[in-house]
Each structure stands twice: as structure tokens, then as C-alpha cells.
Design a protein around this ligand. Structure first.
Ligand code: NAG
Ligand code: NAG
Ligand code: NAG
Ligand code: NAG
Ligand code: NAG
Ligand code: NAG
Ligand code: NAG
Ligand code: NAG
Ligand code: NAG
Ligand code: NAG
Ligand code: NAG
Ligand code: NAG
Length: 473
């Protein structure tokens, strides 16, 4: 249901509509008059030509000519006024800085999203909601989005010095950044959802415009870029905006991530991402029904790495070896290319990894695969809801989050446990291990996976995504 009347445009279109009717009237009246005249002239009364007829006729022509010239001038004046009446508003509206992510947000705050139940929230220009107006953007500020601006204009009356760019443009708003694969992916998911909505699969973007707090961004992380190229089937064209207005023939604006999307919709999006990534990377289906256990490590000695990698690796490796058909993979997220990550994930049923962006890769595993997550000391009480993002993505992408282990030991904080100041101490902490706990955990999950694989084999139903049947192809 569309309930989106941009507030500044509320009176605008109405007055312009009545104005249009006025225009139509003043244009059509003389035309009718001219047509009438022509008809009249074509059939002159032959029987009794009056001497004054020629003179009368001449006079009419002059009147028509002057009227026509006057109207042409009026139209040009009006067109100039309409072009100059395009109003640019700041992309970042500081009045809403305390509710930057809610409702109409502080980005293009005069606009409301189109939102159908369970679907992605988006804005489309031109559309019925925009009264046929296109979106124009202006400004190249990369430090303060309040200096960049947007406007709506009718394609016939674009602002001065503006250029109209052809094709479909994706305009993205991201509250965080495009480098972190979790935050970046969150802002891309709605475009993919829009892409598969109502079978618009053929609509791929000609260009992308990226904003963070209204500031122009021209880069995104290479993992995310590759995933988007795989999904849309062509290289990403990320463009700058200049200080002259740029208007877009067709633009889709997203500023709400997955918000409002039903679980089913999200699953559909992640299915498509997985499927397209595997095709892009030439990953074929796994043949033998082995169980893949992958330890996906962060940079050695970096924040949230294990204090003793080899000890933790040893524990899980041992449990894997005990299970018939278990294949153990050790991978470091920092030095794998996108396609190497896609390949590793396609072989993984159990992903073991510390809390961190690399866990986003879980979406690339076969559906129903398992995730084991690890936190250093202190995160539970002070890290906020952000610590649950990999529970969420597991749910959205159809994986099973098998719980998180939280290290009881670590650097101590001089303040109380739930004091925000402790976060700076805990944030970069490292993760220890509990041999008993890890072994039991590994055994439990391995057994579960083994039973599931057996059942699937029995019912001849493969959990594998068949790489040739993506939703959108
Ligand atoms: C109509 O007006 C134009 C511009 O004023 C002029 O050039 C033209 O000669 C006029 N035509 C007639 C038939 O009067
Ligand atoms: C057109 O004619 C009207 C009335 O005759 C006059 O007021 C107006 O100034 C004219 N417009 C132009 C652009 O000449
Ligand atoms: C836009 O409005 C027209 C006329 O009211 C209607 O026929 C058309 O289906 C609408 N388009 C969309 C996409 O809602
Ligand atoms: C259009 O651009 C020219 C040259 O940059 C500038 O002088 C002029 O003021 C601009 N016009 C408008 C309406 O912005
Ligand atoms: C803006 O447009 C004017 C007129 O078209 C042009 O002279 C100028 O170079 C443009 N400026 C930018 C930054 O694109
Ligand atoms: C975008 O603009 C910035 C700053 O003007 C410039 O450094 C960069 O090269 C431009 N990028 C592209 C892709 O045009
Ligand atoms: C933005 O554009 C102006 C002129 O259009 C240019 O002088 C300036 O360097 C640009 N700034 C950035 C950050 O690209
Ligand atoms: C996938 O295979 C095609 C054709 O065999 C090849 O052109 C392409 O480079 C391969 N892509 C990757 C990522 O290996
Ligand atoms: C990948 O990174 C890990 C740790 O940073 C390192 O031990 C390993 O040798 C690297 N592998 C390659 C192929 O560079
Ligand atoms: C890491 O764990 C292994 C196996 O438990 C142990 O042999 C080694 O001494 C430990 N290394 C460090 C630096 O504690
Ligand atoms: C390790 O885990 C086991 C099993 O959950 C638990 O009983 C034990 O107390 C833990 N050890 C430490 C040192 O936390
Ligand atoms: C995942 O597991 C659920 C419940 O066990 C099952 O209904 C579903 O078919 C499985 N999905 C796939 C793709 O195997």
C-alpha cells in the first residue's frame, strides 16, 4: 500500500495540476478557434461574396497570429518558472538526527517509503507516489551530508544545468559503511529483494549511487562488490554526484535495510545470493555426502582471534576425525578471494568461527548448515543487540545457529561488568578455550548433521542448491 505523499510536494502537485488544466484550456481554445476558421475559409459562401470578407479574414489572421505568439511566449516564461521552482532540500535533515534510522529517517526526510506487507520498503522515481516526478541529486560533499541535496522534478521541467541519466539507478543509504561485509550486505539486500519482487528480474541497475549519512561514497568492499556483480550479472558502476544536479530517468531509493521484509522474503533473497555466487565462481555441486567442518579464522593475533589457535583447532579437528565421513577445512578469511570463500562455504556443513564480519559468509553454505560462534569476555552485557547479528543472518539465510560460547576469562575491567567504558577493554579481547565444552559441542552438532544427512539421503532430497536453477534466471 502506498501512503507516500512527500510533504513538501503536497500542495505542489495540486497547484500544478490546476495550473495544467488552465494551460490546456488556454492552448485548446485558440486551436479550436483556428480549426473553425480554417473550415470557414475552405468553404467560402460562393453566391454572395461580401467585399468586407477579405478584410475581416486578414484581421482574424493577425489576431490569431498575435495570440499564438503571445501564448508561445507565455509558455516559455512558464517553463522557465517551473524549472526554477525545483526546490532542493538537504539529503541529511539534522532535525531528525535523534531518530536517524526510524520512519522517514533523516535521509530524504520529506519522503515516505512504499511498503507492501512483508515486502521490502523502497522509493521509486518516477512513480504514482511521486506524481511522475524524477529524482535529482546534487553535491559531492564527502564529510557532511547536509551539504548535499535532493529534489523532485517533472522530466519536462528539470532544474537548470542538470543532466538526465538514462537507465535504472540504485540509490543506497547506509547508516554504517560499505566496507564491513555485514553492514554492506544489509544495505544491498533490499535492492536484491526489489529485483525479484513481481518478477522484475530483468531490471538490473545501470549505476549505483552510494550514501553514508548523505555523504557520497564511491567504494564498497571487494567481497560485497563481487557478490553484487554475481547477483546482477554485470560489473558495478558506482558513480559520483557533482555540484550540478543529476536527475535520473528511473531511480530506486533504499534506506531501511531488510526492515519490514518477511522471513520468507529474506530466505528468497539469500537463496538467490547463494545460487548466483556459486554460478559466478563456477562452484559445482558436492558429489559425495561427506560432512564438511570448517574453522574460519580471523587474522592471527588480531582482535577476537583465539589466544591459542592450535589448541582450538586441535579440539575440533580431533572430533571431526572421530566421525566417519567428516572433512576438516582450516581457512583464514583475510587471505581468501571472494570465490575461494564461496568454494569453501559450499563444502561446509559446520562453520566454526569467532564473532566477526567473516561469519557473514555463512549465507553461502547449503541451507540448514550449522554455525558455532565465539565471543571474548564481556560482550554479553555491554555489546548491545549488534552481537546477535549472526543469529539473525542465520535465521534469514536458513542456517542453524548452534549457539555461542562466551569466554569467562579475559582482561578485567576496573568498572562494573555492564559499564560502557569496559567495551574499549573487551572489544579487542581474544578468545580462550574450554576443551570439555568444545568437544561436547562439536560431537552434538556433528551427530545432528549426520542424522540430517542420512534422512535427506533416505528421502532422496538434497539440501544442495542446484546451481542451474536460481530464482531469477
Ligand atoms: C506572425 O508573427 C510573426 C512574429 O511576430 C511574424 O514574423 C509573422 O510575419 C506573422 N505572420 C502573419 C501572417 O502575420
Ligand atoms: C499576452 O497577452 C496578455 C493580454 O493581452 C498580456 O497581458 C501579456 O503581457 C501578453 N504576454 C506576453 C508574454 O506578451
Ligand atoms: C498508477 O496510476 C494509474 C492511474 O491511476 C494506474 O492505472 C496504474 O496502475 C498505477 N501504477 C502503479 C504502479 O501503481
Ligand atoms: C549554470 O551553470 C553556470 C556555469 O557553471 C552558472 O554560471 C549558472 O549560474 C548555473 N545556473 C543555475 C541556474 O544554477
Ligand atoms: C555544471 O554545468 C555547467 C553548465 O552546463 C558547466 O559549465 C559546468 O562545468 C558544470 N560543472 C560541473 C562540476 O559539472
Ligand atoms: C569522484 O569524485 C572524487 C572527488 O571529486 C574523485 O576523487 C574521484 O576520482 C571521483 N570518482 C569517480 C569514480 O569519478
Ligand atoms: C566538488 O566539486 C567541486 C566543483 O564542482 C570541486 O571544486 C570540489 O573539489 C569537489 N569536491 C570533492 C570533495 O570532490
Ligand atoms: C568460470 O568459468 C568460466 C567459463 O569456463 C570462466 O570464463 C570464468 O573465468 C570462470 N570464473 C571463475 C571465477 O573461475
Ligand atoms: C593466510 O593467512 C594466515 C594467517 O594470517 C597465514 O598463516 C597463511 O599462511 C596465509 N595463507 C596464504 C596462502 O597466504
Ligand atoms: C597452545 O596449546 C597447545 C596445545 O594445547 C600447547 O601445546 C601450547 O603450548 C599452547 N601455546 C601457548 C602459547 O600457550
Ligand atoms: C568447561 O565446560 C564444562 C562443560 O560445559 C564445564 O563443566 C566447566 O566448568 C568448564 N570449565 C571452565 C574452566 O569454565
Ligand atoms: C531444512 O530443515 C527443515 C527442518 O528440518 C526441513 O523442513 C527443510 O526441508 C530443510 N531444508 C533443506 C533445504 O534441506
Amino acid at each position: 500500500m502506498a501512503m507516500n505523499k512527500p510533504y513538501h510536494a503536497k500542495q505542489h502537485p495540486k497547484t500544478s495540476y490546476s495550473f495544467s488544466i488552465y494551460l490546456i484550456l488556454i492552448i485548446t481554445c485558440p486551436i479550436l478557434f483556428i480549426l473553425f476558421q480554417i473550415k470557414f475559409l475552405q468553404t467560402p459562401p460562393s453566391s454572395s461574396p461580401l467585399p468586407s470578407w477579405a478584410f475581416f479574414n486578414q484581421r482574424q489572421k493577425v489576431i490569431i497570429n498575435t495570440t499564438f505568439n503571445n501564448l508561445t511566449k507565455e509558455l516559455m516564461v512558464t517553463k522557465k518558472l517551473l524549472c526554477e521552482s525545483v526546490i532542493f532540500l538537504p539529503l541529511k535533515d539534522l532535525r531528525y538526527s535523534s531518530t536517524a534510522q526510524q520512519g522517514h529517517t533523516w535521509f530524504m526526510s520529506s519522503m515516505y517509503d512504499t511498503h507492501e506487507e512483508g515486502e521490502v520498503q523502497y522509493q521509486r522515481f518516477p512513480s504514482n507516489a511521486s506524481k511522475g516526478k524524477v529524482l535529482c541529486l546534487k553535491g559531492n560533499n564527502t564529510h557532511d551530508g547536509a551539504w548535499n541535496s535532493y529534489a523532485l522534478a517533472w522530466p519536462e521541467y528539470l532544474p537548470y544545468n542538470s543532466t538526465l541519466k538514462k537507465g535504472l539507478t540504485f540509490v543506497s543509504y547506509n547508516h554504517y559503511n560499505y566496507d564491513n561485509i555485514w553492514h554492506g550486505l544489509s544495505s544491498m539486500v533490499p535492492f536484491v529483494a526489489w529485483h525479484i519482487k513481481n518478477s522484475q528480474c530483468s531490471r538490473t541497475p545501470t549505476r549505483w549511487i552510494l550514501y553514508h549519512w548523505g555523504e557520497v561514497r564511491i567504494k564498497m568492499g571487494s567481497w560485497l562488490k563481487s557478490l553484487m556483480e554475481a547477483t546482477f550479472g554485470e560489473p558495478l558502476q558506482i558513480e559520483n554526484i557533482s555540484n550540478n544536479a543529476t536527475c535520473f530517468e528511473d531511480a530506486v531509493v533504499m534506506r531501511h535495510n531488510e526492515g519490514g521484509m518477511s522471513r520468507q522474503k529474506r530466505i528468497q533473497v539469500y537463496d538467490l545470493l547463494r545460487c548466483k555466487a556459486r554460478i559466478y565462481c563456477n562452484v559445482s555441486e558436492r558429489k559425495t555426502p561427506v560432512i564438511g567442518m570448517t574453522m574460519f579464522m580471523r587474522v592471527n593475533n588480531g582482535p577476537r582471534s583465539f589466544k591459542n589457535d592450535s589448541a582450538v583447532i586441535g579440539i575440533f579437528y580431533k572430533e571431526c576425525k572421530k566421525m566417519e565421513g567428516c572433512h576438516f577445512i582450516l581457512a583464514y578469511s583475510n587471505n581468501l578471494t571472494f570465490c575461494e570463500q564461496v568454494r569453501v562455504m559450499s563444502l561446509t556443513d559446520i562453520l566454526i568461527s569467532p564473532h566477526g564480519a567473516q561469519l557473514t559468509n555463512m549465507l553461502l553454505m547449503d541451507k540448514n548448515s550449522s554455525v558455532l560462534e565465539f565471543f571474548p569476555k564481556g560482550w554479553l552485557k555491554i555489546a548491545g543487540v549488534g552481537q546477535y547479528v549472526y543469529h539473525w543472518i542465520a535465521s534469514w539465510s536458513g542456517m542453524k545457529h548452534q549457539g555461542a560460547w562466551r569466554d569467562p576469562d579475559g582482561d578485567s575491567c576496573p568498572y562494573s561488568d555492564d559499564d560502557k567504558r569496559c567495551m574499549s577493554i573487551y572489544k579487542n579481547g581474544k578468545i580462550g578455550y574450554n576443551k570439555t565444552y568444545f568437544s561436547e559441542w562439536a560431537r552434538r552438532v556433528l551427530n545432528e548433521v549426520k542424522i540430517r544427512k542420512k534422512e535427506e539421503l533416505g528421502s532422496e532430497k538434497s539440501s544442495h542448491v542446484t546451481s542451474t536453477t536460481c530464482y531469477c534466471s
